[in-house]
Design a protein around this ligand. Structure first.
Ligand code: CA
Ligand code: CA
Length: 431
């Protein structure tokens, strides 16, 4: 695929403007490529997305139908989003609601009656006609909002507020994808599934991430803003005593994906923010899931910042703003065979937030954590996340991830990160 793309690029250069260049002044946003060495996505051939697209493969879209058509068009392709693309839009632009996807008599009220733990118990997952109806309804929603992104693609927002609302972008078994300068808003699931066997009290689980990267390589997710908009987790009701969770991840990297750089994004007001690796089974993931997470603003998000299994994950120069203990669980999830190398992050915590809670042991053994700073009550001080964790928990985590990142363009002093990330991360900050 890549060889074909390069060949196409060479052929198109004869008739089109200059070659794709690294991100630099003068290169239009849509033609920019990942700078050399900028994280794991720079490995090997690097990440050029659709930057070599000939003019016929450059699409500007402002509707779901336009986006779907552009994703299916020949590559390499550039897709520029203008305004707001709402996934919940039918043929001819008709707005759709959850009721339009419901199948076979599904209603939430009926589902709650059928699977109330007082009736159904807590020992087995829901089954039977109403669960079947829920699954059929979810399948219809999936067909509407989950949009596959092929390889050799760049998707960029035009201007400061281009938005994908209700969309789950799915980068699946693709190589070479760039996603930049977009607001990702509220990929809510109309049909959350109750699982009484998930955790001690059961959980409501939902299907859709804003961006899902599965089985793909060379993916650069940069300068985007992730938000649940006017539908935050904090506004959801509780059913069966548990939060009715209508969202999944904001950016999840799973199923053997590899070579991903997530840079200069804002992740805000969300629960399950960034999952790297979704299973403890090593079959697809061992030796993969290598991701760089740098200069992101984690703004009042609850957990998975990120949560990691298997991967060599470089987490540097991120700004963690954690004002409230009641809307925080943990930042770095140290999962099975994870190899997190965390450095020079800025943790700004509200007074009630416990610094020992920044790490969570999900079955991992060690991580490297160095050169961070912690700000509490206006005072900034050096901070050792592993030492803080180990002082409060047993068993201890080791302090050596066993590798040293090479693919990065320079690590800034942690003290500078709050300002640089506040001023420059997120959509609307480029060009
Ligand atoms: Ca997910
Ligand atoms: Ca200890």
């Amino acid at each position: 695929m890549r060889r074909l793309a390069v060949l196409t690029a060479v052929l198109s250069l004869a008739v089109v403007a200059g070659p794709p260049a690294p991100a630099a002044a003068g290169t239009p946003l849509a033609r920019q490529t990942l700078p050399a060495g900028d994280g794991w996505a720079a490995e090997g051939p690097g990440t050029t997305g659709g930057s070599a697209a000939p003019p016929a493969n450059v699409h500007t879209v402002s509707t779901r139908a336009g986006l779907v058509a552009a994703l299916a068009a020949p590559g390499p392709r550039i897709i520029q989003v203008r305004g707001t693309v709402d996934a919940h839009t039918g043929p001819g632009g008709t707005p759709l609601s959850c009721a339009d996807y419901a199948q076979d008599g599904y209603t939430l009220a009926g589902y709650l009656t059928a699977y109330d733990p007082a009736v159904w118990g807590r020992d087995r997952e829901p089954a039977g006609p109403l669960e079947d109806a829920r699954a059929a309804s979810a399948a219809r929603q999936t067909a509407q909002i989950k949009l596959k992104v092929p390889g050799d693609t760049t998707i960029v927002g035009l201007g400061g507020s281009a938005t994908l609302r209700g969309v789950n972008l799915h980068v699946d078994r693709a190589d070479n994808v760039i996603i930049r300068n977009l607001v990702f808003e509220d990929a809510a699931d109309c049909f959350p599934q109750w699982d009484p066997t998930d955790g001690e009290e059961g959980n409501w689980n939902s299907l859709y991430d804003n961006i899902s990267v599965t089985g793909s390589t060379h993916v650069w997710v940069d300068h985007n803003t992730f938000t649940d908009g006017d539908n935050p987790d904090s506004a959801q009701p509780r059913h069966f005593g548990r939060p009715y969770q209508v969202h999944d991840g904001q950016l999840d990297v799973t199923n053997g994906a590899d070579f991903v750089t997530a840079s200069w994004n804002v992740f805000s007001g969300h629960d399950k923010t960034m999952l790297i690796g979704s299973t403890n089974n090593p079959a697809a993931d061992a030796g993969r899931l290598n991701v760089t997470v740098h200069h992101n603003h984690f703004d009042d998000v609850l957990q998975r910042l990120p949560r990691v299994r298997f991967g060599k994950v470089h987490v540097y120069n991120n700004y963690y703003e954690i004002p409230d203990a009641s809307t925080f669980v943990y930042a770095l999830g140290v999962g099975v065979e994870s190899k997190i190398f965390s450095e020079a992050n800025f943790y700004r915590l509200g007074r009630a937030v416990d610094p020992a809670a920044l790490l969570h042991d999900w079955g991992g053994t060690a991580l490297t954590s160095r050169d961070d700073v912690l700000r509490v009550g206006g005072k900034v001080r050096p901070f050792d996340a592993v030492a803080a964790y180990n002082a409060a928990h047993d068993p201890d985590l080791g302090s050596d991830a066993g590798w040293t990142p090479v693919l990065h363009t320079g690590v800034d002093p942690a003290e500078s990160v709050r300002l640089s990330v506040s001023q420059r991360a997120g959509a609307g900050r480029l060009g």
